[in-house]
Design a protein around this ligand. Structure first.
Ligand code: NAP
Length: 329
C-alpha cells in the first residue's frame, strides 16, 4: 500500500509522480471563469516547484489558452523532467462543439497542441471524448502512429465507457485512461472498469478527485455559489446528498489531525495508496492550494486509516440528478 516516487504509465516508458496538477482552471473560459493568466502560470509553477511533475491540460481548457500558458511556464524548467498530458477531439469550426475521433483530425489536433505547447513531444495524449462514428481501434491506431513517430509517448483515452475502452484497446495500444472517479463517484469501481484497466496494465487517472472542492473538508454548511459557477447546479452540493457527504468527510478529520494534515491531503494520499489508481490530478484556483496539496506526497496512511476511509465512502456513486460537470455537449 506504499506509494512509490514514480508511476510507470501503461506500456510506455513515461514515469510520472503519483500526484499531478489538473489545469482546467488555467487559461479560463472552461468550467471555471475568471482565473487571471498570471494566477494560472503561478499554479503551474507551484506544482513544478513542489515535487509534482505531471501537468494535465487539454485543448478545450480555454480553447488552447491553457496549453499556451502551460507551455510558457514549461520553458522556465527542464522539459525532460516534466510529464505533459493534453487532450483533444473537439472541433469548433462550425461554431458548435463537434467531437471528432477520425485519424486525420486527431493527428491535426496533436500537431496543433505541440505548437501551442511549444514542445516537440507530448508525454501523454488523450482522446478527450469518444465520437459516435469512428471505430475506436482506428482512432487509437492513429495515436499509435504518432507514438511511433515520437510525437507522443503514451496513448490515452478519456470519458470512454468500459465497452468503448475494450474496443479501443483491441490491439493493446492504450496506456492510460482518465475518467471521473472520486470517493463520492465510485461507479467505475463497482462497474468493473478499474479492474479491467488493472488487469491490462492500463494506468488510471481519476478526474474531479476532490469533488470540485467538496472533499477538501472546507465546507460545513450550505454554500451559495455564484450563478456562473457550475457547482451551483450539481447534485453533490445539493440536499439531501450534501449532508451525507459532509458526514462522511467528518470521519476523515481525526485521521487528518493525526497526520497534522488537512482533509484534502489525506484524501489525496488515500487515492495514491489505492492500487487501482495511478496518478491523481487535483485542480486548484490558487498557488497555495497546489502547494498544500503537494504535501499529500509525504503522507502514508496506515492500513486501518485507509480502510476506514474506504468504508465510510463505500457505496457513494454518481447521482443521476444534477448536471455532470464533464458533459461535452
Ligand atoms: P477537483 O480536483 O475535484 O477540485 C479542484 C478544486 O477544489 C479547486 O479548483 C479548488 O476550487 C478546490 N481546491 C483544490 N485544492 C484545495 C485545497 N487545498 N484547499 C481548498 N480547496 C481546494 O476538480 P477539477 O479541478 O475540476 O478537476 C481536476 C482536473 O481533472 C482538472 O483540472 C482537469 O485537468 C481534469 N479533468 C478532466 C476531465 C476530462 O474530461 N478528462 C474533466 C474534468 C476535469 P475552489 O477554490 O474554487 O473551491
Amino acid at each position: 500500500m506504499k506509494k512509490s516516487s514514480f508511476v510507470k504509465i501503461g506500456h510506455s516508458d513515461v514515469l510520472a509522480t503519483p500526484l499531478g496538477l489538473g489545469t482546467n482552471a488555467v487559461g479560463g473560459y472552461n468550467l471555471f471563469p475568471n482565473l487571471k493568466d498570471d494566477d494560472g502560470r503561478a499554479l503551474v509553477r507551484a506544482a513544478l516547484d513542489n515535487g509534482i511533475n505531471l501537468l494535465d491540460t487539454a485543448y478545450v481548457y480555454g480553447l488552447g489558452h491553457s496549453e499556451e500558458l502551460v507551455g510558457e511556464v514549461m520553458k522556465e524548467y527542464d522539459r525532460d523532467k516534466i510529464i505533459l498530458a493534453t487532450k483533444g477531439a473537439q472541433d469548433f469550426s462550425s461554431g458548435e462543439q463537434v467531437i471528432d475521433n477520425r485519424p486525420e483530425f486527431l493527428t491535426d489536433q496533436v500537431n496543433k497542441s505541440l505548437k501551442r505547447l511549444g514542445t516537440d513531444y507530448i508525454d501523454i495524449f488523450y482522446i478527450h471524448f469518444p465520437d459516435h462514428d469512428t471505430p475506436k481501434a482506428e482512432a487509437v491506431g492513429a495515436l499509435q502512429k504518432l507514438k511511433e513517430a515520437g510525437k507522443i509517448r503514451a496513448i490515452g483515452i478519456s470519458n470512454f465507457s468500459l465497452d468503448q475502452i475494450k474496443e479501443a484497446n483491441a490491439d493493446g495500444y492504450v496506456d492510460i485512461v482518465e475518467d471521473e472517479f472520486s470517493l463520492l463517484h465510485q461507479d467505475h469501481l463497482t462497474e468493473g472498469m478499474l479492474d479491467y484497466l488493472h488487469d491490462h496494465q492500463i494506468s488510471f487517472v481519476p478526474y474531479f478527485p476532490l469533488a470540485s472542492g467538496l472533499l477538501t473538508g472546507k465546507y460545513d454548511h450550505k454554500i451559495d455559489f455564484p450563478a456562473d459557477d457550475i457547482r451551483s447546479q450539481i447534485a453533490d452540493f445539493t440536499e439531501p446528498r450534501f449532508s451525507k457527504v459532509l458526514k462522511a468527510v467528518d470521519v476523515v478529520r481525526p485521521i487528518a489531525k493525526t497526520h497534522q494534515a488537512t482533509v484534502a491531503q489525506v484524501v489525496l494520499a488515500w487515492y495514491m495508496q489505492n492500487p487501482l489508481i495511478s496518478v491523481v490530478i487535483p485542480g486548484a484556483k490558487r498557488a497555495e492550494q497546489v502547494k498544500a496539496n503537494a504535501h499529500a506526497l509525504d503522507i502514508t496512511l496506515t492500513d486501518a486509516e485507509y480502510r476506514t476511509i474506504e468504508q465510510v465512502f463505500n457505496g457513494f456513486k454518481h447521482t443521476t440528478s444534477g448536471k455532470s460537470l464533464a458533459d461535452p455537449e
